[in-house]
Design a protein around this ligand. Structure first.
Ligand SMILES: C[S@@+](CC[C@H](N)C(=O)[O-])C[C@H]1O[C@@H](n2cnc3c(N)ncnc32)[C@H](O)[C@@H]1O
Length: 274
């Protein structure tokens, strides 16, 4: 019997091939998939809503992150950074942490790099999130940049590693995001996308209960902002399953693609090479 993942991949391959050949059955119908916060009608309004949402929770973002994940987020950033130890050990390496928010993934990369001191930049389109990253990073060589992940201000083939932690899922167009990462990477450069996932079985049931009921209630209470913490479980539900995401990475041009589940598959790291 065909599994759900297999069916999704087959359907996706068909759409991807249609798009690539320009022979879609209905060219006016776009295959764009990406974040869709409530009220967004197209990719522009989706991106604007995402930016406003993160700007509104920036003052409490770190506190809520650590609290709601019981500090497991720190382990995930560290584990991701460790995965890229060989690239980070080269002093000439240029790294971009995309959708860097308040900078914790970039800090983990810097700590992993140790004495090698590669150049590490964090980019985000929320000014308020970057301001917090800047104030946390005083005295470190980390650099911050206000930029849209779908239109990066970097030349083709200029970076060795692009990471993104819990940010990629918020892009208004996942395929455009992957193509942009692929564009800025040098040949053999690597990409690491850390994001949430939905585990199966009993664990999935417990996880969904926490994610859909408990987390939005606590998040709304502490941040004082209604909306973002209901968007979070909805965005994870909408995000492609690992098999589909890996196929999208292949279609964008990546090779050696893989997904490593973290903590029973609550999160996981997608990797790909240019
Ligand atoms: C959940 S936060 C993750 C922050 C950080 N990487 C972490 O691990 O805590 C998502 C971040 O993605 C940023 N973001 C979403 N879409 C973006 C885009 N198109 N361009 C740049 N940043 C974006 C948001 O502003 C937000 O700071």
């Amino acid at each position: 019997m065909e599994t759900r993942a297999k069916r999704e991949v087959t359907a996706l391959k068909r759409v991807a091939l249609d798009n690539l050949s320009g022979m879609g059955t209905n060219p006016s119908k776009s295959a764009v998939i990406g974040a869709a916060p409530e009220g967004a009608v197209d990719s522009h309004s989706a991106a604007r809503a995402v930016r406003e949402m993160f700007t509104s929770i920036a003052p409490r973002y770190d506190l809520l992150n650590h609290l709601l994940s019981c500090n497991v987020d720190r382990l995930w950033w560290r584990r991701t950074a460790r995965t890229f130890a060989p690239i980070l050990a080269r002093p000439e390496t240029q790294v971009l942490d995309l959708c860097c928010g308040t900078g914790d993934m970039a800090f983990a990369l810097l700590r992993q790099a140790g004495m090698a001191r590669p150049r590490i930049l964090g980019a985000d389109f929320s000014h308020a999130m970057l301001e917090r990253a800047k104030s946390k990073s005083a005295g470190t060589p980390l650099e911050w940049l206000e930029a849209d992940a779908l239109q990066l201000p970097f030349p083709d083939a200029s970076l060795d590693l692009v990471t993104s932690a819990f940010g990629f899922r918020n892009l208004a167009d996942y395929d455009a995001g992957l193509r942009e990462i692929f564009r800025v990477l040098r040949p053999n450069g690597e990409c690491g996308i850390l994001d949430f996932s939905e585990p199966n079985g009993l664990r999935g049931k417990v996880y969904r209960l926490y994610f859909k009921r408990v987390l939005p209630a606590i998040g709304t209470m502490i941040s004082g902002v209604k909306g973002p913490y209901a968007y979070l479980p909805a965005s994870v539900e909408r995000f492609p399953q690992p098999a589909e995401m890996l196929e999208r990475m292949r279609v964008a041009g990546f090779r050696e693609v893989s997904w490593t589940p973290y903590t029973f598959g609550i999160a996981g790291l997608y990797r790909g090479q240019k």
